[in-house]
Design a protein around this ligand. Sequence first.
Ligand code: NAI
Ligand code: MG
Length: 356
Amino acid sequence: MKKHIVVIAGDGIGQEVTAVGKQVLNRIAEKFGHEFTYDEALIGHVAIEATGNPLPAETIAKSKASDAILFGAVGHPKYDNDPSAKVRPEQGLLGIRKALGLYANLRPIKLFDELLQASSIKPEFLKGADILFFRELTGDVYFGERGRKDEGSTAYDTMIYSRYEVERIAVKAFEAAMTRRKKVCSVDKANVLESSRLWREVVQEVAKRYPDVEVEHQFIDAAAMLLIKDPRRFDVVVTGNLFGDILTDEASQIAGSMGMLASASVGDSTGLYEPIHGSAHDITGKGVANPLASVLSAALMLDISFGLKEEAEAVVNAVDQVLKAGYRTRDIADSNTPADKVLGTQAMGEQLLACL
Ligand code: NAI
Ligand code: MG
């Protein structure tokens, strides 16, 4: 199979982890006889430095012409501490999601048995947890009207959803539930927010088309609590952009670390695959970032965009093998991990390649 992949590594550890994700894709191509060609494109702080624009037109054009995108992260401390900056790296990420119509962000919370101990949740509450999040990605408060008034002393963002936006993500969630344990939990704040009341109304309508799927509605605050109290009660979770952003960082603790969680953003055309973590300034350049989220994102690419199930499974199995062999990056190591099994980003990648 011939596929063209655009690599947008972006900022900070995005560069480090994406390099490993790409090596794994190369190894898969070699092993299974596929031909993957690559192009690179700029985004975020590195794009601002090079062109003044966090999302150059060339990046959008290359992305549109691709079969899939392997994405790293955006962000730089310079902007985090300067709220007045008008040009910001995150504009690149929000912009590309919008430009490519990537409205559905799938975040599987997959717990590798070997990492039961790495989580801060007790293993007896975790074992067997398997959740698939559908986070709506191109609406909500991230894209609503925002601004300042009263000479800058008041600021506002608008939480806004339209019927069609809720419907299309809900349909994706119910379709996925049909292939899993047939449960959907929709998360909103319908006791307070009007946009959430529309959300709930539309999800209830979509649910009628899937009589075999058991549906429940939870408020975001309760859902945040239940996720830690009893993660196994969830199968598919569907929620808006902001709630999904927060809830999936929380859920990363089920999988042991931010460095373990992959995501797929899909919609109208090409798919974009990225770790859920950011550019992690605190560890940038140290060579200790966990590359497994990027590697597992590459596996999602093989599965969802290319339909290469066997290849995707080979990648997930390699991750499992390497963990079973006791290798850990720093974020998933614990006091029982021998020092010689704690690996840096590249060394972890080499173990994976050896396994494949
Ligand atoms: P972050 O996700 O970058 O890091 C949070 C914590 O998790 C840090 O302690 C970091 O060291 C750790 N971590 C993250 N990924 C890891 C990995 N692969 N291996 C080991 N440890 C890992 O979030 P933070 O620190 O809030 O934001 C840093 C920058 O990233 C900011 O500029 C922010 O705007 C940006 N950001 C970008 C995102 C994206 O590109 N999708 C998402 C979230 C934040
Ligand atoms: Mg986030």
